[in-house]
Design a protein around this ligand. Structure first.
Ligand code: F0G
Length: 449
């Protein structure tokens, strides 16, 4: 492109009003929510960057698909369109539709997990870790060393530490039923995994006779980074890169709420016939018949179409470019954040921004609350609240819903974050008032110190 302005490669077709709130309204909403942003009402949020999962806008072709949705209990044409779209990109023999990603995880780890087992991953996302642990198995994170250094500009900070994987398998091969790689690495900053790293992980898995699965939530964003950053991959068609990524794996779990460009959905896909059989049996117990899983026919159509749109180059250039626009502006303003910018989100480094607030006083939660109070922006703590003692960093993720906010919304976000950063030394830490036994970030309540 000759011009530098990032333009959204779409026009707006219908609009959703968002409500401007006052600082006093936000303060009282936050107090009523126990300082947990998950407990806010959506209408009290101006720019909602809590997650980009299922919060994106669908294209007119996806809405057309919603109309075409066929709700036959078994063998719906919508199912075949969905299955073909998944197989076209990933090539796995079995596709098992689920209502979202964690349902696929639950089924897979019910079969493969259990006491004494260990599941390595570059970094488990919270639901993945929770599903592994719920089965009785141990979830082990093996990110490369650069992943722990927010300021490092390494191009593939999502990579798995291959030597650490090898050491783990040398010691406990019998305990490991599957190796996982999450593309992109969400908990580690939305950072990509290189093809070279996937090949190296695959080689180790083969040596030890282990299955390799992808957590493929953001496969298209990962493929775009490979095309932009990996030597020899420049200009390669995105579907080609995706197929190569998938060819290195024996299966995948997927949340279609991310790179499926849909508001709901997911799948488990794999080559192993016997494992697929066991998974389908569990699917019927908790999700539904194997040709719809946990989804309506119309949802299957939206995903099938979304998979075509998400590998479009104009879309991905805009998508990754607009996330980098936010990250680069904050970086230039001196706001500490995970570098380089991730694909779906920008991660503010709360430990660096609030050095006077130790991790035990929840700097990420304090920063997330300040962003809401100051400008009505809802982000998500990814740190000590979410991971407890497993937290490597205290981050606030500003996740960008797909095709939803315009550049002026993002300019507003930049202004608000800069204003909060300028008075960061005045922010106080927080303490937990109440917390549940697991996944505490969703329902815990907090108080400022
Ligand atoms: N794996 C990764 C890497 C994820 O980011 C998520 C969800 C899941 C699995 C589970 O998928 O939500 O469809 O059940 N991440 C969302 C987020 C919730 O905000 O990052 P799901």
């Amino acid at each position: 492109m000759e011009f530098r302005t990032i333009i959204e490669p779409f026009r707006i077709h219908s609009v959703e009003p968002i409500r401007i709130t006052t600082a006093a309204e936000r303060e009282s909403a936050l107090r009523a929510a126990g300082f947990n942003l998950f407990a806010l009402r959506g209408e009290d949020v101006l720019i909602d960057l809590l997650t980009e999962s299922g919060t994106g806008a669908m294209n007119s072709e996806q809405w057309a698909g919603i109309q075409r949705g066929d709700e036959s209990y078994a063998g719906s044409p919508s199912w075949f369109r969905f299955r073909d779209a998944v197989q076209d990109l990933f090539g796995f023999a079995h596709v098992i539709p689920t209502h979202q990603g964690r349902a696929a995880e639950k089924i897979l780890f019910s079969v493969l997990g259990g006491a004494g087992k260990a599941i390595p991953n570059n970094t488990h996302f919270d639901t993945t870790r929770a599903n592994v642990e719920f089965s009785g198995a141990e979830a082990i994170d093996l990110p490369v060393a650069e992943a722990r250094i927010p300021a490092s500009e390494h191009p593939f900070k999502g990579n798995m530490d291959v030597a650490a994987l090898e050491a783990l398998l040398a010691e406990r091969a019998g305990d490991v039923p599957v190796v996982f790689v999450t593309v992109t690495n969400n908990s580690g900053g939305g950072q990509p995994v290189s093809l070279e790293n996937l090949h190296a992980v695959r080689a180790v898995c083969e040596r030890f006779g282990k299955r390799l699965f992808l957590d493929g939530c953001r496969f298209a964003e990962n493929a775009w980074f490979i095309r932009e950053r990996e030597p020899g991959q420049e200009g390669r068609p995105i579907p080609d890169i995706v197929r190569e990524m998938a060819s290195l794996a024996d299966g995948m779990t997927m949340s279609a709420k991310k790179d499926g460009l849909a508001n709901i959905g997911g799948w488990l896909a794999l080559d192993d016939d016997a494992l697929a059989e066991q998974a389908r049996t569990l699917l019927i117990l908790t999700e539904g018949f194997p040709t719809y899983g946990g989804l309506a026919g119309r949802d299957l159509e939206a995903i099938a179409q979304g998979l075509r749109e998400v590998v479009d180059e104009d879309y991905l250039r805009y998508r990754i470019g607009s996330t980098a626009y936010l990250g680069d502006a904050l970086h230039a303003a001196g706001v500490p954040l995970v570098r380089p910018s991730g694909g779906h989100a920008v991660y503010l480094d709360a430990r660096a921004l609030l050095p006077h607030v130790p991790p035990a006083e929840l700097p990420g939660q304090a920063l997330a609350c300040a962003l809401y109070e100051t400008g009505g922006i809802r982000g998500c703590e990814i740190g000590t609240v979410m991971f407890g003692e497993h937290a490597l960093m205290d981050l606030v993720r500003l996740a960008i819903p797909r095709r939803t906010y315009t550049q002026s919304h993002i300019d507003y976000v930049i202004e608000v974050v800069r204003a909060v950063a300028e008075r960061a030394d005045q922010l106080r830490g927080m303490r937990i008032v109440t917390e549940p036994a697991a996944l505490r970030h969703f329902t815990a309540t907090f108080a400022p110190l």
